[in-house]
Write a protein that binds this ligand. Structure first.
Ligand SMILES: Cc1ncc(COP(=O)(O)O)c(C=O)c1O
Length: 477
C-alpha cells in the first residue's frame, strides 16, 4: 500500500489516512474483500502513529467502508450488498400507447458509435464468439455449394436447419414437424409475425414489466397498446397479477420471455409456466413466448418451452441464434401453432425469405456438434462474468444501489439510489464513450427512470472494468 501523508494539510492525520483508503477503493487499488494492512504495518509505511491509524479505521468502520473480523483484521466491504435485492414493480392499472421510438434511436446511436464500450447492448455471444468456427463452416458451404448458397432460399427456410430445430424440441418431448418451423430474420421478425397473426392495431398486448424494448417498439409500430404485468425478479410473471389483469382488460395476447427475461434475468419454473399456459387457454388468449435466452440459463436445468404445455395450438414460440451464436446472421424461427398458414403469408409479404448462406452455415455448425459445445462453454463464461460484474458494481456504486441476480442471459439490472436518473447517466456515460441502456427504455410508462441495464455478455477487458468503475463514480449517493 503506498500512501503519503502531508503534515501541512489542514485535515487531521486520521482523516487523511481514511481519505486515501477511500481513494484507493475508488481507483480499484483496493477491492471489496481485500484485507487492509495491520495497524502496525500501516503506521510504519506512512509514518503515522498506531493510534492515528486505529482512529482512521474506526472512522471507516463507522462509515460502513471496512469491517473488523475477529482475529483476522480489517477488510474492505462492498458498497452494495447483494441482499439489497430488487423489489417487484407496482402493477400498472391500464393499457398504454407506446411512444419509445425516439429514445430507442438515441440508445442505438450510442451503442453503435465507433469505439464505445458496449455495456448497453445485449450481445452475450460476444463473451465467447463463434466467429472463427462459423467462418470455417461458411467457407466449406461456399466451396461445396457455390452460387446455390447465395441464391434465394425457400420462403419458410432451409430444410436441413428446420429439421435440426424440430429435432431439438424432441428433447423436451415435443413433436414438431419441420414444416411447422418458419425461419425468420432474427427473433425480432419472429415476434413481429407472431403479433400480426394474433392481433391488430388498437389491441391490447400484455407484456412483462420491465420488458425488452424491442417488444415495445414493435407494439408501437403496429399501433397496438401495451399492458404491463410486473415481473417478480425471482420467478417471473405472478399468475395472480395476470389473472387480475385478464379480468379487467380486453387482453388480445400475451408476449412474455417465459424462460429467462430481459432485462431482469428472472427465471420462471416449469410448474409456473404450465400454470401460465393453462390460465391463458381457459381465456382463449394466445401466448407469444420469446425464448431467445432459453439456452443461456445459469440454473441447473433449461426451462421447458411453454409450447410443451399447450393443448390448443395457441402458443407461438419465437427464438433465434442471436444470443447463442451470431446476432449478425439475423436467423431466428417461429413455431406458430394454429396460426402457421397466416404466419407463412406474413413472412412472404415481409421479407420473402431469410439469408440462405447463413442458414446453411448454422445448420453445418449444429451438425458438427460445435454449436452445443459452444453454448455449454458460453454459459460458463457468462456465469463467471456475471459474478465479476456484480462484484464491480458492489465495489464502485454507492450505497442504496440495488442489483439483480440474473438466472441467465447477459445483463444486470441496476436500480440507482433515489435522486439518480438513468437517462442522465446514459448521457454522461456517452461523454466517456461508454454505452449503457437507460431504464426508461424498458417500460411504456414512466417507470424505471432510476434504473439502468448493464451488459456482462462482453469481451471482458480492463476497459470494461474501468468503465463499470467510472459509471459507479458518476452515480450520486
Ligand atoms: C428478449 C429479446 N427478445 C428478442 C430479441 C431479438 O432477437 P434477435 O436479435 O434475434 O432479433 C432480443 C434481442 O436483444 C431480446 O433481448
Amino acid at each position: 500500500m503506498s500512501i503519503s501523508i502531508k503534515r501541512e494539510n489542514t485535515e487531521f492525520l486520521y482523516q487523511q489516512v481514511a481519505s486515501m483508503i477511500l481513494e484507493m477503493r475508488q481507483t480499484g487499488a483496493l477491492r471489496a474483500g481485500n484485507k487492509l494492512p495491520s495497524l502496525r504495518e500501516l503506521s510504519q509505511s506512512v509514518q503515522v502513529s498506531v493510534p492515528t491509524i486505529r482512529q482512521a479505521y474506526i472512522e471507516l468502520e463507522r462509515q460502513g467502508v471496512i469491517e473488523a473480523r475477529p482475529k483476522s483484521g480489517y477488510f474492505l466491504k462492498p458498497y452494495v450488498n447483494l441482499d439489497s435485492a430488487l423489489k417487484k414493480a407496482r402493477p400498472v392499472h391500464k393499457p398504454h400507447v407506446v411512444n419509445k421510438q425516439s429514445l430507442i434511436e438515441e440508445v442505438f446511436d450510442a451503442i453503435h458509435a465507433p469505439g464505445s464500450v458496449p455495456l448497453g447492448i445485449a450481445n452475450p455471444s460476444a463473451a465467447r464468439p463463434s466467429d472463427k468456427a462459423l467462418a470455417r463452416m461458411m467457407r466449406r458451404v461456399m466451396t461445396n455449394a457455390g452460387s446455390k448458397a447465395v441464391s434465394y432460399g425457400p420462403m419458410d427456410g432451409y430444410l436441413p436447419l428446420k429439421r435440426q430445430l424440430a429435432l431439438r424440441y424432441l428433447e423436451f418431448g415435443l413433436q414438431v414437424n419441420p414444416d411447422e418451423v418458419l425461419i425468420t430474420n432474427g427473433g425480432q421478425e419472429a415476434i413481429a409475425i407472431a403479433l400480426k397473426c394474433v392481433a391488430q392495431a388498437g389491441d391490447v398486448i400484455a407484456v412483462e414489466s420491465p420488458t425488452f424494448f424491442g417488444v415495445l417498439e414493435l407494439i408501437e409500430s403496429l399501433g397496438m397498446m401495451a399492458l404491463e404485468i410486473p415481473l417478480c425478479p425471482d420467478h417471473g410473471i405472478e399468475i395472480n397479477d395476470l389473472t387480475t389483469a385478464l379480468d379487467k382488460h380486453p387482453v388480445k395476447a400475451c408476449l412474455f420471455s417465459s424462460s429467462i427475461s430481459n432485462p431482469l434475468g428472472s427465471f420462471m419454473s416449469d410448474a409456473r409456466r404450465a400454470e401460465l399456459v393453462a390460465l391463458l387457454e381457459t381465456h382463449d388468449i394466445p401466448l407469444i413466448e420469446d425464448d431467445v435466452y432459453g439456452d443461456l440459463y445459469f440454473t441447473e436445468q433449461r426451462a421447458t418451452p411453454a409450447k410443451c404445455y399447450e393443448t390448443k395450438g395457441m402458443v407461438l414460440t419465437c427464438s433465434s441464434f442471436s444470443k447463442t451464436a451470431a446476432p449478425g446472421y439475423r436467423i431466428g424461427w417461429l413455431l406458430a401453432g394454429k396460426y402457421q398458414a397466416h404466419a407463412r403469408r406474413i413472412k412472404r409479404a415481409l421479407s420473402c425469405s431469410s439469408p440462405l448462406i447463413n442458414q446453411w452455415t448454422l445448420s453445418e455448425f449444429i451438425a458438427s456438434g460445435e454449436y452445443d459445445r459452444n453454448i455449454r462453454a458460453l454459459r460458463q463464461v457468462l456465469k463467471c462474468y456475471k459474478q465479476r460484474a456484480i462484484a464491480l458494481v458492489q465495489e464502485s456504486f454507492p450505497p442504496g444501489t440495488r442489483i439483480s441476480d440474473p438466472q441467465g442471459g447477459g445483463v444486470l439490472w441496476i436500480e440507482l439510489p433515489s435522486g439518480n436518473d438513468g437517462s442522465e447517466l446514459f448521457h454522461r456515460a456517452i461523454e466517456h464513450n461508454i454505452s449503457i441502456a437507460p431504464g426508461a427504455l424498458f417500460s411504456c410508462t414512466n417507470k424505471y427512470k432510476n434504473c439502468i441495464r448493464l451488459s456482462f455478455g462482453v469481451q471482458w477487458s480492463e476497459s470494461i472494468e474501468n468503465s463499470i468503475r467510472r459509471l459507479g463514480s458518476m452515480v450520486t449517493v
